[in-house]
Write a protein that binds this ligand. Structure first.
Ligand code: COI
Length: 359
């Protein structure tokens, strides 16, 4: 498929203060858009970032057929744009699409459009500690019909945003004891927009109590840890690293799987299993809880300062003593920025993209 390109005539690049990049507020000049109707994707285009015109009856707004992804790009010392594991994101997007009864997007079209977009807006990729270009692909229904039914038309878009880290300090987290994010048979493993909408009230309540995030638990017993509102989660007990197994209710995080691979390669013992909160509390009481941290594309690797379980604060050791989360944070940063060799083939370099040529 040909990708049509319309470049902006009014770049906003000069008006951006790259020393102050609040997460997700600033959008780069262009976006990649593809439409779906009559059973096929068509009209792939890169156009100036602009508002969309939608029918008030747009079915995604009413019934939530909307899914998204998150990725990041950085530039290396030679000025080449590097995208971290985009193949994983298109695969997960299509799994989310399956669950939400939406069409799959061809992987090659996704990667071609993505690379051309990043090449065109390469000057928007910020450099400096923790900064990157956040990439937001998303797909949503566009039928304008009030009946509850699978939409016949969709739009897929990628836009980008220069960002600083999502979290600027270690997190204080409230363990959920009333609300549930996902339940067996639900959409917990899909990156569906509604999952995030449903988390707003619990997160707002946790925030009002002085926490930054909620740690979600299983919906049966509130006993097994799932994930936080924006990340996967890891615990270090003695010399073992635990993370909740992919049980259909949690997100198969790209940063999560990258961390597991890096840890194993480093000789660490990583267990993906049902993580019983009582095991964590017990380890804390015995002085065995060495570390707890969150992983995600937006968040990267972020330390947990404390979490509150049934009114008790579980306080983690000082950040300087956190061997594994510090290792992961530095290692991932180095790989993503091209400072450490990419032995896993995780990095896609954007080189010589022929902008406007077929996908
Ligand atoms: C990401 O880490 O990319 C996410 O999508 C999490 C959040 C910003 C919604």
């Amino acid at each position: 498929m040909q990708i049509r390109v319309q470049k902006t005539t009014h770049s906003r690049l000069g008006s951006v203060d790259f020393s102050d990049l609040p997460f997700g507020k600033i959008k780069s000049d262009h976006m990649f858009v593809v439409d779906y109707s009559n059973g096929q994707w068509h009209d792939a285009r890169i156009v100036p970032f602009e508002d969309l015109m939608l029918s008030p009856a747009n079915s995604a707004l009413h019934y939530g057929q909307a899914i998204f992804e998150g990725m990041k790009a950085q530039v290396d010392e030679q000025g080449t744009a590097l995208i971290f594991r985009p193949d994983q994101n298109i695969k997960r997007l299509n799994l989310s699409a399956d669950r939400m009864c939406m069409p799959n997007l061809p992987e090659d079209l996704f990667l071609k459009g993505l690379k051309q977009l990043i090449q065109l807006d390469i000057d928007w990729i910020p450099s400096g500690e923790g900064k990157s270009l956040y990439i937001r692909p998303f797909m949503f229904a566009t039928d304008d019909s009030v009946g509850v039914k699978v939409s016949e038309s969709y739009m897929f878009i990628i836009f980008t945003s220069p960002v600083s880290p999502y979290y600027s300090k270690p997190l204080k987290i409230k363990v959920a004891d009333k609300y549930v994010r996902a339940f067996d048979g639900g959409v917990g493993s899909a990156k569906a927009a509604g999952n995030y909408g449903a988390s707003m009230l619990p997160t707002k309540e946790a925030y009002a109590q002085g926490y930054h995030q909620v740690m979600w638990m299983d919906g049966h017993e509130f006993k097994y840890v799932e994930e936080t509102g924006t990340t996967n989660v890891f615990f270090v007990i003695g010399d073992k690293i635990l993370t909740p197994a992919l049980d259909g209710n949690i997100l198969d995080g790209v940063t999560r799987k990258s961390c597991i691979a890096l840890l194993k390669e480093e000789g660490a013992t990583v267990e993906e299993k049902r993580v019983d909160i009582n095991e964590i509390i017990e380890a804390y009481k015995n002085g065995e809880l060495k570390d707890a941290f969150c992983t995600g594309t937006a968040a990267s690797v972020v330390h947990i300062e404390l979490f509150n379980y049934k009114g008790q604060d579980i306080v983690l050791p000082p950040v300087a003593e956190r061997k594994w989360s510090n290792f992961l944070h530095n290692k991932l940063d180095a790989i993503k920025g091209g400072k450490s060799s990419d032995t896993h083939d995780w990095i896609v370099e954007v080189v010589n993209e022929n902008i406007g040529v077929s996908a």
